[in-house]
Design a protein around this ligand. Structure first.
Ligand code: PMP
Ligand code: GLN
Length: 385
């Protein structure tokens, strides 16, 4: 039923697919491979640091840009991992997760009618943020089996109203990591047309095959990129909602202006803990990644055995499979049958597209779960065949 109170441009959004599918998992007692969150805590050190932080009285509003120790730790992280230099004062902004950073950036940069190019499938908050800004999403579809960028399709979406390129790599939901060539195309386009690029790099440390190279490291990109990430995925603490944006003082000032009226600030005590996390030895972060890689491999086997071999996934929490071999032309029908039939929840990929094309029958499965949970899910999925 249409909600007459809701502004027209938001009516298409309803309840997020993640909330809907998680509720269905609870209602049916199913294994939840829908919403992407881990069922294991992150490194002990950062959990202890958070407790310490609360007990040491860090419980009031943190400063608007984020606590200094976290901004310093983010700057160190960018320098140590990518050789990128950001000043903790003025070039780093702490946000309520990556979600707020993306929304604040779009609200800051887009006039009504401005166009934002993004690869689809797109993470669900992108289209909503763009709608809230009265801007227009111009999708560039990535098609299976490899979800490579089609350069002509990308260029075909460029117009005089193009304002922002919104790039997500490693990519949710496909698990694709953009290649150097593809990143080079995006770089050339941004420089030629003088565009700002927002990069969503929340899965930067969850790359299993290949390497993550931030677009900001390409020539001419540091000054036109708003680089966004978050502690949620790196440290397996998705509920903490501590994210950040790094860019030039001008762009960070613009994003801060909108951000300060969305939440002002958030998660004060947790910000200190994330600062400690970013300074942990690299192997504490690669342990999180390695556990996920094992999950990917285990669920890949399970999906193959169930008759729906997944596409290659280089990173993130997610595998995508085409469920048409099981007689489903539409992933939505499959996802509503799955809990009833075998007690597993997944997410239909078509919700991430404006035009799914062949992806109508694709389904996303999260593998960020413990081995015994994935084993049980695989056993249940095997009954589908
Ligand atoms: N971008 C992508 C691609 C995501 O998958 C997610 C959710 N995990 C987010 C942004 C949101 O991140 P956060 O929870 O830090 O807001
Ligand atoms: N990023 C998570 C996913 O893709 C979900 C986050 C959310 O529920 N908004 O599943």
């Amino acid at each position: 039923m249409t909600n007459q109170h809701l502004v027209e441009r938001m009516r298409a959004f309803g309840t997020t697919i993640f909330a809907e599918m998680s509720a269905l998992a609870v209602e049916t007692g199913s294994i939840n491979l829908g919403q992407g969150f881990p069922d294991t805590d992150g490194p002990r050190e950062i959990l202890d640091a958070a407790i310490r932080s609360i007990n040491s009285g860090h419980n009031q509003y943190p400063p608007g840009p984020g606590v200094r120790s976290l901004r310093e730790a983010i700057a160190e992280h960018q320098s140590n991992y990518y050789g990128l230099d950001y000043q903790p004062d003025g070039e780093v902004l702490v946000t309520a997760g990556a979600t707020e950073a993306i929304t604040a950036a779009i609200l800051a940069l887009c006039e009504p009618g401005d166009e934002v190019i993004a690869f689809e499938p797109t993470y669900d908050s992108y289209a909503a943020s763009i709608a809230m800004a009265h801007a227009v999403l111009k999708p560039v579809r990535l098609d299976g089996p490899d979800f490579a960028v089609d350069h002509d399709r990308l260029l075909a979406q460029v117009t005089d109203r193009t304002k922002v390129l919104l790039i997500n790599s490693p990519h949710n939901p496909t698990g694709r990591v953009l290649t150097e060539t593809e990143l080079g195309w995006i770089r050339d386009l941004a420089v030629e047309r003088d565009l700002v690029v927002i990069t969503d790099e929340v899965y930067e440390h969850l790359v299993f095959d290949g390497v993550h190279r931030p677009l900001a490291t390409f020539p001419g990109m540091r000054e036109r990129t708003i680089q966004i990430s978050s502690a949620g995925k790196t440290f397996a603490v998705t509920g903490w909602k501590v994210g950040w944006a790094c860019s030039t003082p001008e762009l960070i000032t613009a994003v801060t202006t909108t951000k300060q009226f969305l939440t002002y600030v958030n998660a004060g005590p947790l910000q200190y803990a994330v600062a400690e996390g970013l300074r942990l030895p690299a192997d504490r972060i690669t342990e999180v990644r390695d556990r996920l890689r094992a999950g990917r491999d285990q669920l890949t086997e399970g999906l193959i055995a169930a008759g729906i071999p997944p596409f290659i996934c280089q990173g993130t929490y997610f595998l995508t499979a085409d469920v048409s071999p099981l007689g489903y032309a539409d992933g939505v029908d499959f996802c509503f049958d799955l809990p009833k039939k075998v007690g597993v929840v997944a997410v239909p990929s078509r919700v991430f597209y404006t035009d799914p094309g062949p992806a109508k029958s694709y389904v996303r499965f999260a593998f960020s779960k413990q081995p015994e949970v994935l084993a049980e899910a695989a056993a249940r999925l095997a009954k589908l065949g």
